[in-house]
Ligand binder design. Structure first.
Ligand code: SF4
Length: 247
């Protein structure tokens, strides 16, 4: 099935994934992901660490500074699991202040100090173990572009976290089929209801442009739309995707 197939087009918005992303971009503007709290106010980033323009994808290599940015994004993807971004962002700020956003230092961090830093992100003992494992593996997996199965073998790295790392840290064009994307796309009739992460990713990805920057911005825009409007109880009046949804 093509990601554009499904129920009939019943809105001014062309019901294809490309049309949805384009309409969301027009409505919300560039998202400037991935936010890096440790770089807030630097490199043109705003006070929350967002970039001023479209979302950025990093490439493998690029020296120590770029590797550390990749590492912060990877830590952020772990910390953001099952919690609000604000808690993850506070944890990243605390990690930066403690010098733990360097893999060598985080790998040898004293557990109590690490857990104290990441307490705002919730489940801090578990996430502390995940971050230490990520840090221990980082120098190996960040030496080139990691394979998806290599990332998935790390504790605490599921498909969504792995795909975020691949897109934002290694410019690999995969579709991040998180719960927000699945909710929006199923309501639009672009995905069947009730699909899990992998089934949705496999269905949508072939219909996407082979472009990591597009995937990065598409993910950020779908998250924005799901949080602003397409919530559990959607705010459909004035939706930039046109309402009503067919679903
Ligand atoms: S907010 Fe409403 S109209 Fe917009 S995509 Fe969600 S369900 Fe459809």
């Amino acid at each position: 099935m093509e990601a554009g197939e499904g129920k009939q087009d019943s809105s001014p918005t062309k019901r294809t994934l490309a049309g949805v992303v384009s309409a969301l971009s027009e409505a919300y503007g560039p998202r400037g992901w991935w936010p890096l709290p440790s770089r807030a106010g630097l490199d043109g980033r705003d006070a929350d660490g967002y970039l001023p323009g479209p979302s950025e994808t990093l490439a493998s290599g690029g020296g120590r500074a770029v590797s550390l940015r990749r590492f912060e994004i990877a830590c952020a993807a772990v910390l953001a699991q099952n919690t609000a971004w604000t808690g993850a962002a506070r944890s990243l700020t605390a990690l930066a202040a403690a010098g733990y956003l360097e893999p060598e230092r985080l790998a040898s961090a004293e557990p109590a100090a690490l857990e104290a830093a990441i307490r705002p992100a919730g489940t801090f003992r578990l996430k502390g173990r995940y971050l230490r494992a990520l840090a221990e593996a980082w120098l190996r997996i960040d030496s080139g572009t990691p394979r998806r199965d290599e990332l998935l073998a790390l504790p605490g790295v599921g498909p969504e976290t792995a795909d975020c790392i691949l897109v934002y840290c290694h410019s690999t064009p995969v579709f991040i089929a998180d719960a927000y994307a699945r909710r929006v796309l199923s309501r639009l009739g672009l995905l069947p209801d009730g699909l899990g992460y992998e089934a949705a990713r496999r269905l949508v990805e072939p219909a996407c442009p082979p472009d990591a920057a597009w995937q990065a911005e598409a993910h950020a825009l779908l998250v924005e739309h799901a949080k602003r409007r397409c919530r559990a109880r959607p705010l459909c009046a004035g939706c930039p995707l046109g309402s009503p949804c067919p679903g």
